[in-house]
Design a protein around this ligand. Sequence first.
Ligand code: PYC
Length: 320
Amino acid sequence: MIDSHTGGEPTRVILDGGPDLGTGPMAERARRLADEHPDFCRAVLGEPRGQVAMVGALLQPAEREGTVTGVIFFDVDAVLGMCGHGSIGLGVTLAHMGRIGLGEHQIDTPAGAVRLALKDAQTVTVTNIESRRVHAAREIDVPDFGALRGDVAYGGNWFFLVDPSPLPVEAGNIPALTDFSIRVREAANAQGAVGEKGELIDHVVLLGGGDAPGVHGRNFVLTPDNTYDRSPCGTGCSARLACLAADQRLAPGDEIVQESVIGSRYRLSYQPGTSGGVIPRITGQAHVMAESRLIFTDADPFRAGIAPSSPGTSPQAPHG
Ligand code: PYC
């Protein structure tokens, strides 16, 4: 396995040893990972082997011809439709392994085919799946806060985006931002501020202004495992681009810089999609950090990771 980080957000690429997810569309294989192998996700990403915020990228045989690899992204608690920082990390990792060179490549994700352009050893432009806004300025009632308006948008995952954030989007405020966005996500899902087919919100984006010259804004992004994205979140930026385009606040091809709550940056632009949404382009940098092999033995009481309720008791850790 190979670990990298993209703007501070870690990606663990799992080259082999994962569960057999069969063949067929990547979305079906992702459902099998979520339904049948949650212990795998916790064992490889959770403590003590993983770290908070780590996203896994489980390599799969490709679905489409001409694709470098299939991939399923997941965090400790959820299988993701797509992952922007993980795609940048995967591109840099594949280059590190000598599997791709500079230029254009395609990967298969559960959300669809995604293009990666490797610009140099660290820099990747991701051309994401078509992203769209489905509700504008939808009002929800957040307990202990009150009425809040936000947009619901899809960028490969489902987002509730609040612009502007009622709390300052600053690194010193991360615990309060986390607590608030968990309540926002619960309220959005409970009050039906969800996707067209009832898809639940899995991420929340709180938007603040950027203070550095040339920076369009800074964001805080809550992820499904209740941590925050250290990077500006590629799928969150895709959802944001869909909202900016729908509000005619950004023209096709114009580039903006989005900063994360810890100050890492992506360059963003879009082209119109064929179904009324946008095709986002996200450019960021990743760095390979480690090449290693995880070891799970029956004697290790924490071979399945540290479960929130009962440490060391989960029976189905991977072996070998
Ligand atoms: O970059 O899309 C992203 C992402 C999703 C969850 C963590 N990062």
